[in-house]
Design a protein around this ligand. Structure first.
Ligand SMILES: Cc1cc2nc3c(=O)[nH]c(=O)nc-3n(C[C@H](O)[C@H](O)[C@H](O)COP(=O)(O)O)c2cc1C
Length: 338
């Protein structure tokens, strides 16, 4: 049997980094464990994004530090009662930085650290510390839920841009921005982030919608792992945005099969990230995916991943209207009533 990995080139580039393939373990607590990061490399991933360090964790830690300093300075406890109760995060900021350097020592694949926040502030300084700890790149997850109706779309967008500029001002390593799909004009938002210096756009965040527990009359958090259906929204917008920004595009959400990775590449992504698939099927599934990709590419006479990247983006396909409103009536009309 021919060794397909010798004849087919799975390599890609992402954020200026050379990856042996486009399979990336996306940010999740799975990557908080050094053993898992090793397993991710052993299973053949091109890179790994560590779990997020949250703005709140950093801010709280510095508030705790303030409290310690004010209390040591002899201030009354009442003067500090506005401060929140200390939280005990799974991995605090200092441990996070240590985790980055341990991962760097343990594996050769690029380590992308993840910062999760919404507002420019003192916490963005951690971007620099992450770089110093050895991170090859940063992923900034802007998980912002604008619940205040007085806040305009323009203000929200400006906040994203300001935050990206603030982070870019801290580091020289590449910065990718992970964002959700809920913008009036996602293509325009992508261009704004590109102009603000984002080196990559990670599309899309999944927003976890709370559910109602009717027995206890409570609003409860609700985390359901994804399926391949979620891929379609990502393919759609990556195919549309491809070619309009300098930033690399990464697809996250709904990657469960080798063909999902191939579709991601054809839409225009440089990498396909996954969490749910690895949580459902185990880290070794990465190896299965790489083999299935080689088989598919061999059968369809592709020599390399680069050859397929963007080949089915909106500007490359013969029917670009498939990505536009024109397709809407046709799709609705195509439903066969049973
Ligand atoms: C249990 C769990 C924890 C996650 N934690 C993070 C996180 O810390 N930071 C982050 O940016 N994304 C986080 N994500 C989102 C994933 O990185 C990914 O973007 C999302 O799950 C969609 O990809 P998937 O369909 O492959 O799961 C988490 C997802 C899950 C399921």
């Amino acid at each position: 049997m021919i060794d397909l990995s010798r004849t087919i080139d799975l390599s890609t580039t992402y954020l200026g980094l050379k990856l042996k393939n486009p399979l990336v373990a996306s940010s999740s607590p799975m990557c908080a464990d050094l053993g898992n990061v090793r397993r991710i490399e052993d299973a053949g991933a091109g890179a790994v994004v560590l779990h997020s360090l949250f703005e709140e964790q950093i801010e709280l830690e510095s508030e705790e530090l303030d409290r310690f300093l004010t209390e040591s300075a002899g201030l009354s406890p009442e003067a500090t009662t506005h401060l929140p109760e200390p939280m005990h995060p799974v991995m605090g900021p200092e441990q996070y930085l240590k985790h980055i350097s341990q991962c760097k020592q343990a594996v050769k694949i690029p380590i992308i650290a993840s910062l999760n926040g919404t507002t420019p502030g003192g916490w963005v300084h951690y971007a620099k510390l992450m770089q110093q700890a050895g991170a090859d790149a940063l992923e900034l997850n802007i998980y912002y839920i604008p619940v205040d109706p007085k806040v305009t779309a323009e203000q929200v967008e400006q906040q994203y841009v300001d935050l990206v500029r603030a982070i870019k001002g801290e580091v020289t390593i590449p910065v990718a921005v992970k964002l959700g799909p809920y913008f009036s004009s996602i293509g325009n938002m992508a261009k704004k982030l590109d102009a603000a210096g984002a080196d990559g756009l990670v599309l899309f965040n999944r927003f976890y919608q709370p559910d109602y527990d009717l027995e206890n009359m409570e609003v409860v958090p609700n985390l359901i792992l994804s399926n391949s259906y979620e891929l379609l929204l990502r393919l759609h917008w990556i195919a549309v945005i491809y070619g309009s920004v300098k930033a690399d595009l990464a697809l996250t959400g709904g990657v469960h099969h080798a063909t999902d990775v191939i579709k991601s590449m054809m839409a225009g992504a440089k990498v396909a990230m996954m969490t749910s698939a690895l949580l459902k099927r185990g880290i070794s599934f990465l190896d299965t995916l790489a083999t299935e990709m080689l088989v598919w590419m061999g059968e369809h006479e592709y020599d390399s991943i680069k050859q397929m990247q963007g080949s089915m983006s909106r500007n490359a396909v013969p029917q670009p209207k498939a990505f536009e409103r024109a397709n809407y009536m046709k799709v609705l009309g195509s439903y066969a009533m049973r």
